[in-house]
Ligand binder design. Structure first.
Ligand SMILES: [Zn+2]
Length: 282
C-alpha cells in the first residue's frame, strides 16, 4: 500500500491506499437528488493517470483554501481549481462533493508523491470478479460504463454500422447501435478476455481491476471495466446486494437486473472521445 505525501513538506496527506482501475463514471454527473452521490472510489483505494483520485474520507491533514468554495447547490465542484491545501500552505488537491457528482479528492500531478510498497499486481487468473458486485450504485456505474463503451466503439469504427451478436452483448448494446445505423460496411462487435477468445472487428476486453491495463488482443479493442466485462462474459451470474436482501429498502432491487439495457452513449465520454461524435448526434 502507498501513502501520498506532500511533495513540498513530506506531510502524509492520505491513509495507506491500494490502487484500482480508474472508473469510467468519473466525469458523469448524476441527477440532482435527495441522496448524495457516493464517493467515486471505494474506501482505501486510489486511481492514477497523471493526477491521483482518492475518496474524501481517506485524506488527512488538508485544509480548505479560503475563497475556493464554489459549488452548485449542496457542496463544492472545484470549478476554480485546487480548493485544498497542505498544512505547509501548498495548494495540492481539489475536492468535489456536490450532490450530483461522485465525491472525490483529486491530487494535482506533481503536488504529491506516493511512498511505500505498492500492492503486488494480481495475475489475471486470480482476479476476484465478484468483489465489487452488489452495492447500491452498481447498476448506475455499469450503465455509465456501458454508455462509455458505446461511445468508444462508435469512435473506433468511425461511425460505421455495428453488428452485435445474440446474447448478453445484444441485450446491452444492440438497440443502441441499431438506432445509429449509417451507411458503410458493417463492423462486428465481440468479446475477448480471460477464457474468452473472441473474433470480431471490435473486441470488448476487460481492464485489470488494479492497474487498468487492458487484456491484450490483436486488432481493434475497446477496454471496459472488469465488472462490466464479467457480466457480458458470464451470463449466468446473478447479483444480490451485500445486505443479503434483509433490508426492506433493498428488497425491491433483489435480484439486481442482470445487466444494463438500452444503453445510450455516455455524454461524459462523447465530450472526450471525438468532435465528430458530437456532430453525428445533432
Ligand atoms: Zn506540505
Amino acid at each position: 500500500m502507498v501513502v501520498f505525501e506532500c511533495a513540498g513538506c513530506g506531510a502524509a496527506l492520505t491513509v495507506a491506499l491500494t490502487q484500482v482501475d480508474r472508473p469510467d463514471h468519473e466525469h458523469d454527473e448524476w441527477a440532482n437528488s435527495t441522496d448524495f452521490t457516493p464517493p467515486l472510489l471505494p474506501d482505501g483505494t486510489y486511481a492514477a493517470q497523471g493526477d491521483f483520485l482518492v475518496a474524501p474520507g481517506d485524506t488527512r491533514g488538508l485544509t480548505w483554501i479560503p475563497g475556493r468554495y464554489d459549488g452548485d447547490c449542496c457542496g463544492v465542484t472545484g470549478h476554480s481549481g485546487p480548493n485544498l491545501a497542505c498544512a505547509c500552505g501548498r495548494p495540492v488537491a481539489t475536492r468535489v462533493d456536490d450532490c450530483s457528482r461522485w465525491q472525490v479528492v483529486r491530487f494535482a500531478p506533481g503536488a504529491v508523491r506516493a511512498v511505500g510498497e505498492p500492492d503486488p499486481v494480481r495475475p489475471w487468473e486470480s482476479v476476484d470478479w465478484d468483489e465489487s458486485a452488489g452495492d447500491d450504485w452498481w447498476v448506475r456505474r455499469l450503465e455509465i460504463a456501458a454508455g462509455v463503451a458505446v461511445a468508444r466503439v462508435l469512435h473506433a469504427v468511425e461511425g460505421a454500422p455495428v453488428t452485435v451478436p445474440d446474447g448478453p452483448l445484444a441485450e446491452v448494446f444492440r438497440r443502441s447501435f441499431d438506432a445509429r445505423r449509417s451507411p458503410g460496411e458493417p463492423r462486428t462487435l465481440g468479446l475477448a478476455g480471460p477464457g474468452v477468445v473472441g473474433e470480431a472487428d471490435v473486441l470488448l476486453v476487460p481492464r485489470h481491476p488494479q492497474t487498468g491495463e487492458a487484456w491484450p488482443v490483436a486488432g481493434t479493442s475497446v477496454p471496459i471495466p472488469a465488472e462490466l466485462w464479467v457480466l457480458l462474459a458470464r451470463p449466468a451470474r446473478v447479483i444480490v446486494p451485500k445486505t443479503g436482501g434483509r433490508w426492506a429498502a433493498h428488497l425491491r432491487d433483489v435480484p439486481e437486473p442482470p445487466r444494463p439495457a438500452d444503453v445510450e452513449p455516455a455524454s461524459c465520454a462523447i465530450r472526450r472521445e471525438s468532435a465528430w461524435m458530437s456532430r453525428s448526434r445533432s
